[in-house]
Design a protein around this ligand. Structure first.
Ligand code: SF4
Length: 348
């Protein structure tokens, strides 16, 4: 069961509480390059990105948020390190959320100013602790990077905001190590009821990073932990969103597109199933229908094994059977299988 949390709003997008688990990403354009940043966000929106974060390195980037917002449809979060003036400028530009650690801003007055501006505009703050950014003192206190030092570090920032009566907070505790990340989130989820932004930091290239993120984020979501996710990949952020959405689909959390199941093929396969499965996946990838399609290599085991699928193909020799809920409905020549399958899917 999903853990109960407070609900926050980033623009119109809710995070935590009864809101759906959202997928977010971060642009890798120069935020000051408004056109490129909008174009990239548009591509991300097309893949289903729910929220976007942009790096705010200087005042021009903070000001650019105003124009970027005009060209996009999803909430925008500014990622700021240390400089409270950038946070104030981003808030002035209408940013929907901040990622800033109050303990890194400096003296209390500066934190108060940021919190005051956030309160006025109802801008949530994400406290984000990464395994690599824990202070020397905290590392010494807890004997290095572990779940205790990560959680303690996050809670230091949380307390600063709570003392200022600010609880519009979301927390992330990302490590590069999957087990450590899971332990840290488990620990903090028993201590606070703020929504959690989950992910594995610096997960790697699209291939290895996808596996690492899927295991880490998947493990957490299966424990009911996580209200918004970000897959971090060294690549096009569009891939991050694709993987994030697919993680949610795989866990049955998101039911929007067609789910394809296919057999691994074996000595019984008499059809070019690998090629067929790939063509089916490509052809169906943009169809938003919450159904299950099975692509199976043989008629002996295919329809029976894929009984839970709404529709499927079972390969034969130069032909294939189309079945619905395990019942054979027609026999089709191999070259017509894909078109016939799509026709039958259209009818569902
Ligand atoms: S469905 Fe048929 S072809 Fe595919 S793995 Fe099972 S037995 Fe082999």
């Amino acid at each position: 069961m999903r853990r109960e949390t407070k609900k926050l709003f980033y623009g119109k997008v809710g995070i935590g509480g009864d809101s759906p688990i959202s997928v977010q990403s971060m642009t890798n354009t120069d935020t000051r390059d408004i056109k490129s940043t909008i174009n990239q966000i548009k591509r991300l929106e097309k893949e289903g990105c729910d929220l976007i974060r942009v790096a705010v390195l200087d005042n021009d980037a903070a000001i650019a948020i105003k124009d970027i917002k005009k060209g996009i449809n999803i909430p925008i979060i500014s990622d700021i390190h240390f400089d409270y003036r950038l946070a104030l400028e981003a808030i002035k530009s209408g940013v929907d959320g901040l990622r800033i650690n109050p303990g890194n801003i400096g003296d209390k007055k500066k934190v108060e100013e940021v919190v005051k501006a956030c309160k006025e505009r109802q801008v949530p703050i994400r406290i984000g602790v990464n395994s690599g950014s824990i202070s020397k003192e905290v590392l010494e206190k807890f004997g290095g990077v572990n779940e205790d030092s990560m959680v303690y570090s996050a809670m230091e920032h949380v307390r600063i905001l709570e003392e200022l009566d600010y609880t519009n907070i979301k927390i992330s505790l990302k490590a590069t190590d999957v087990r450590l990340t899971v332990k840290a989130y488990e620990k903090i989820s028993n201590m606070v009821n703020y929504p959690l932004h989950v992910g594995i930091t610096e997960a790697g290239t699209p291939w290895s990073g996808t596996i690492k993120s899927s295991i880490g984020i998947g493990s957490l979501l299966l424990r009911g932990i996580g209200d918004t996710i970000r897959v971090s990949l060294t690549g096009d952020p569009v891939e991050e969103v694709k993987v994030g959405k697919q993680i949610l689909r795989t866990l049955g959390i998101l039911k929007d597109k067609i789910e394809i199941i296919s057999c691994p093929t074996c000595g019984r396969t008499q059809i070019d199933l690998i090629n067929l499965a790939n063509r089916v996946e490509e052809r169906l990838k943009d169809i938003y229908k919450p159904i299950k399609v099975a692509i199976m290599g043989c008629a002996v085991n295919g329809p029976g094994e894929a009984r839970e699928a709404d529709i499927g193909i079972a390969g034969g020799k130069g032909c294939g059977l189309i079945f619905k809920k395990g019942k054979i409905i027609k026999k089709v020549k191999e070259e017509d299988l894909l078109d016939e399958l799509v026709r039958e899917i259209d009818k569902l």
